[in-house]
Write a protein that binds this ligand. Structure first.
Ligand SMILES: O=C(O)c1ccccc1N[C@@H]1O[C@H](COP(=O)(O)O)[C@@H](O)[C@H]1O
Length: 217
């Protein structure tokens, strides 16, 4: 089975072109003011209109209220909502019902105890994003380029589709897939030249490494 790739934090039409040319399946647009990848709604709309069919447009929000999600979903053509904050099970259900879009819930993992969170959301989310838990005082709840111990996921399976994220890059993604059995992977800082600046070569290398994961270790 080939691996599906999500490239998160696109900001320019060149980023869109690089993602499409590389063959990624999902493109992430970030709505979180503290992030170097943050987009205003009109910027996001213009960018989303450039994303070709076949690449799913995912809006990433963090603890967003209805007014924020109303504004985003009214103006930006989207295929999925990614909830990357502390949204409860009930909030995930509400968002799914209110917007009629598939919801991907991010879950931060630092150690084995955090894995219980995954089962909590399997019944309510359409997809799960298994990411590294951010450091305690981090500005961003994700997009920090930090990995967790992938061996924690070895041999585990969930009925709900899931993506692996956190500190992935073209050099380590094959090993991450090998250790976790992930069939979908998500990356942001690992395909950048500087925070918020995507690099077309790194995007192409990442997709290549993820979709042809010949272990190099
Ligand atoms: O990318 C961001 O700026 C961001 C901001 C707030 C929450 C989540 C964010 N990114 C998500 O985190 C994963 C992992 O990022 P990285 O590859 O470790 O940099 C990323 O794929 C986004 O889904």
């Amino acid at each position: 089975m080939t691996t599906s790739v999500k490239i998160c934090g696109l900001k320019t039409t060149d980023d869109v072109a690089a993602v499409a040319a590389a063959g990624a399946r999902y493109a992430g647009l970030v709505f979180f003011a503290k992030s170097p990848r943050h987009l205003e709604i009109d910027q996001a709309r213009n960018l989303a209109l450039e994303i070709p069919e076949g690449v799913a447009k995912v809006a990433l929000t963090v603890n967003a209220d209805d007014a924020t999600l109303d504004a985003i979903t009214a103006q930006v053509p989207l295929d999925m909502l990614q909830l990357h904050g502390k949204e409860s099970v009930e909030r995930v259900q509400e968002v799914r019902a209110r917007y009629g879009l598939p919801v991907m819930k991010a879950i931060g993992i630092a150690d084995e105890a955090d894995l219980a969170q995954i089962s909590t959301y399997t019944q309510v989310a359409d997809q799960l994003l298994i990411d590294a838990k951010p450091p305690k005082h981090a500005d961003l709840p994700g997009g920090n380029g930090l990995a967790f111990d992938w061996r924690l996921l070895a041999g585990r399976r969930w009925a709900t589709p899931w993506m692996l994220a956190g500190g992935l890059n073209p050099e380590n993604v094959a090993e991450a897939i090998h250790l976790t059995g992930a069939t979908q992977v998500d990356v942001s800082s690992g395909v950048e030249s500087a925070p918020g600046v995507k690099n077309a070569k790194k995007i192409a290398d990442f997709v290549q490494a993820a979709t042809n994961p010949v272990p190099r270790f």
